[in-house]
Design a protein around this ligand. Structure first.
Ligand SMILES: [Zn+2]
Length: 778
């Protein structure tokens, strides 16, 4: 049954909805040194040449009948999966677990690579492991986080964990850096020791005078700021009240509960309300699970009163433009002209990540193991992708989707496994496929999840199909490339917030909870095997769009945030697909050339922008267009192509949300000025641009929604101004050359954004796609 799912949008990634806000990154005058840059070109894979996408009419999938007895499906072993999971969740226990950009995340990738290297039959088939580096704007590394309690005259060490700071905003993130300086990984531990004070009730907390905890270690029941049980405003107020007492150190104590309405540590390690504060001054802060205090003889809150002294030692460093990665395991199939993509995310949100997304990650490993043991050759090229930095905001899958146009063109579908949950008592739950349809463009069908559900039913695995309104998981990064994509999650229609009600992003997301779901874990792997073995054999074309007969190229050669490509400009990608465009990307780090633009009738030049380190010397790294690249773009317009040159005063999250200043914005002039237009060093005011004139691009559009303060004013040269913000040109069309070329200069890339059920400028995106198709052909 298809239904619009409950509020699971943003299901398992918690895309900063709690942690955003604030002024964004301070100005970023410098860039990281070249030696720290990833080199995507060096990591280019050797995917087989695309052999064209086969477009067969509607999928025909038998929905009943007995499953054939198949060796592969009988080989699935939840015991092996749980053993893998134990190894995975043990990583980073004394640091930030497998959090994006940390040593724990790197160790997890090493573990997966090591497991995959042991599959000799797959190796004989030609399977390869490729690890692709990319960077994330911020990460931190914990060198030490320890808690000692003095009980009955002796000191006892108990497990405790550090908190990850803000995901995007450096000034906030640095409150969780033990020396307050980014990018320095010298040991600089802070030790705080003092007599303890315990606060459990709001009335006790608010009775504490400011400054009253100086020299003491304040233990707080995390329920005071757990947004599973208190409002965001109450949580923020409690966090500020704790810090106002100026403790020498703060220890947040969590307790397990599976009862609705009771706290169980939701978000304590990652996006707690402490993370968003800019004041009062921070204190060294750790969290501890009450259940881990047994070595000190403490089993309940009252037992804490036996502690006579406490000592916190903490050493943590924030890194800007930190390295992360993804791993693609490619198994050649019988038909190399088609591919299936099976994904999971390996990083965790500073939690053991047993369910989220250890469960999906070990299901991928089990899929590979079963294929190896059964010696069954996959029908099509099979790519298992372990994404990093999902919890920072889908960075791994965005980077992958933006860099693998050739593979995406051949993809039958993409299936994400993210993730099993352990629902609170009474909620129930079952496996669900959650996917975004093209409803915004008038087509609500979901042929891929419907086909997969029908095939899985034959294997005895029931899958409901839910339509998602917005981002779900890493599958969502593929929607803008017209790759049928869906996520598999264990969920219940009764859930309203899957993290809180499913034990995701809390410190109890560990192996014991997953072990309660052995059968579901095995079903996860069976769904994956159905996807890999049966779907490509039995389903036809699962795309709801016409077979492409045109090509659009997004040029991201100097655009590091993959969020500024169709990976997160989803509705634009969908609109182009509806007009018959195949959407490709020239990825970050790959120069644009005539060859890259061959066969395209639309090219979108994305802004020059990187995750620059404001603390690094400005001359060390400078992204910029080369003359040869600008020449290739001029030749493209000269051949009659439609060239869009877009700019952005900030780097954008999810295609439309400004985050940090883009110090490279004026570098766009190296391209724009070749067409007589240029960007001024001045931001557009206002949050809308008014359409002027009657050009078809603005048919039915009275104004364009801008990201406030993000667009740059345009000097139009000889171009026609199509929209203005105040007195500034915001959209300019320049005719170019004798072959009918045109250059559309756009002050704010966010105008092209929109990845939910709709986009603020939907009609304009449709007009652009339609104009690109119907304007006089070159
Ligand atoms: Zn997840």
């Amino acid at each position: 049954m298809r239904r619009v799912g409950p509020l699971l949008g943003m299901a398992v990634l918690l895309a900063g909805s709690f942690a955003t806000g604030g002024a964004g990154r301070p100005g970023a005058p410098g860039d990281p040194p070249l030696s720290e840059r990833p080199s995507p070109s060096a990591a280019e894979p050797v995917w087989p040449e695309a052999a064209g996408v086969e477009h067969v009419p509607a999928p025909v999938v038998p929905s009943d009948g007995a499953a054939p007895a198949r060796l592969a499906f009988t080989l699935v072993s939840p015991d092996r999966m749980l053993a893998d999971l134990s190894a995975l969740t043990a990583i980073g226990q004394d640091a930030l677990f497998r959090t994006s950009g940390t040593s724990g995340e790197r160790e997890a990738f090493d573990l997966v690579a090591s497991r995959l290297s042991g599959f000799s039959h797959l190796a004989a088939l030609g399977a390869t492991v490729e690890r692709v580096p990319f960077r994330v704007p911020l990460a931190s590394e914990v060198h030490e986080a320890s808690l000692s309690l003095r009980v009955g005259g002796s000191w006892v060490d108990v497990p405790a964990h550090a908190l990850q700071g803000h995901r995007d905003d450096l000034s906030r993130a640095l409150r969780f850096d033990s020396d307050g300086r980014a990018g320095d990984d010298r040991p600089d531990p802070v030790t705080a020791e003092g007599s303890p004070y315990f606060v459990q009730l709001p009335s006790s907390l608010y009775a504490l005078p400011a400054g009253s905890m100086q020299g003491r270690v304040l233990f707080a029941d995390y329920a005071l700021l757990d947004r599973g049980v208190v409002s965001a405003a109450e949580a923020t107020q409690a966090a500020a009240a704790l810090l106002l007492t100026r403790p020498a150190a703060l220890v947040l104590v969590t307790r397990y509960s599976n009862v609705r309405g009771e706290a169980h540590g939701s978000f304590v390690g990652d996006v707690s309300s402490l993370v968003s504060l800019l004041d009062p001054p921070p204190a060294p802060t750790l969290y501890a699970r009450l259940e881990d205090l047994g070595p000190a003889g403490i089993t309940d809150w009252a037992g804490l009163e036996r502690v006579t002294s406490a000592r916190v030692t903490w050493d943590q460093d924030v890194n800007v433009a930190a390295p992360s990665q993804l791993l693609a395991f490619r198994i050649p199939g019988a038909d190399p002209s088609r591919a299936v993509l099976l994904g999971a995310h390996l990083d965790s949100p500073n939690s053991p990540g047993g369910l989220d997304d250890g469960s999906g990650s070990v299901a991928l490993l089990e899929t590979a193991r079963v294929l190896d043991e059964s010696r069954e050759r996959p029908p099509v090229e099979t790519v298992l992708v372990f994404f990093g930095s999902h919890e920072r905001g889908l960075y791994g899958s965005s980077a992958f989707a933006a860099a693998r146009s050739d593979l995406l063109d051949r993809a039958v579908a993409m299936l994400q496994l993210d993730c099993l949950t352990h629902p609170l008592d009474g909620l129930g739950g079952s496996l669900v496929l959650e996917a975004r349809s093209h409803r915004a463009l008038g087509d609500p069908r979901l042929p891929f999840p419907e086909a997969l559900a029908a095939l899985s039913a034959r294997q005895g695995v029931g899958l409901a199909v839910w339509e998602a309104a917005g981002i779900v998981s890493d599958n969502s990064s593929f929607d803008g490339f017209d790759v049928p994509a869906t996520d598999t999650i264990f969920a219940s229609e009764s859930m309203t917030e899957v993290h809180v009600e499913g034990h995701l992003h809390d410190p109890y997301d560990d192996v014991p909870l997953v072990a309660l779901h052995r059968d579901d874990l095995a079903d996860f792997a069976r769904v994956a095997l159905t996807f890999v073995l049966d779907l490509p054999r039995e389903a036809g074309d699962l795309r709801p769009t016409p077979a492409p007969d045109r090509r659009a190229v997004f040029v991201a050669s100097h655009t590091e945030p993959a969020h500024m490509t169709p990976a997160q400009q989803t509705v634009l990608g969908m609109a182009l697909a509806h007009e018959g465009f195949d959407v490709d990307v020239v990825p970050y780090g790959v120069p644009v050339t005539d060859e890259e633009l061959a066969g395209a009738t639309l090219a979108v030049v994305l802004p020059v922008v990187d995750f620059a380190d404001p603390t690094a010397a400005p001359q060390t790294y400078d992204e910029a267009w080369t003359d040869a690249e600008a020449d290739a773009l001029v030749r493209f317009a000269g051949r009659g192509g439609l060239l869009v040159v877009a700019n952005s005063g900030s780097w954008l999250r999810y295609g439309s949300t400004p985050v940090g200043a883009n110090e490279d914005a004026l570098d766009a002039n190296a391209v724009a000025s070749r067409f007589g237009a240029s960007f001024e060093d001045r931001r557009l005011s206002g949050s809308a641009a008014t359409a002027t004139g009657t050009h078809a691009l603005l048919s039915g559009v009275s104004s364009l929604v801008l990201a406030s303060g993000n667009g740059l004013a345009i000097r139009p040269g000889s171009g026609q101004v199509l929209a203005r913000a105040g007195s500034d040109a915001a959209l300019v069309l320049v005719p170019w050359g004798p072959s009918g070329g045109e250059v559309l200069v756009l002050s704010d890339l966010a105008v092209l954004g929109g990845q939910g059920a709709t986009a603020p400028n939907l009609r304009f995106l449709q007009n652009l796609a339609s104009w690109a198709r119907t304007r006089p052909a070159p």
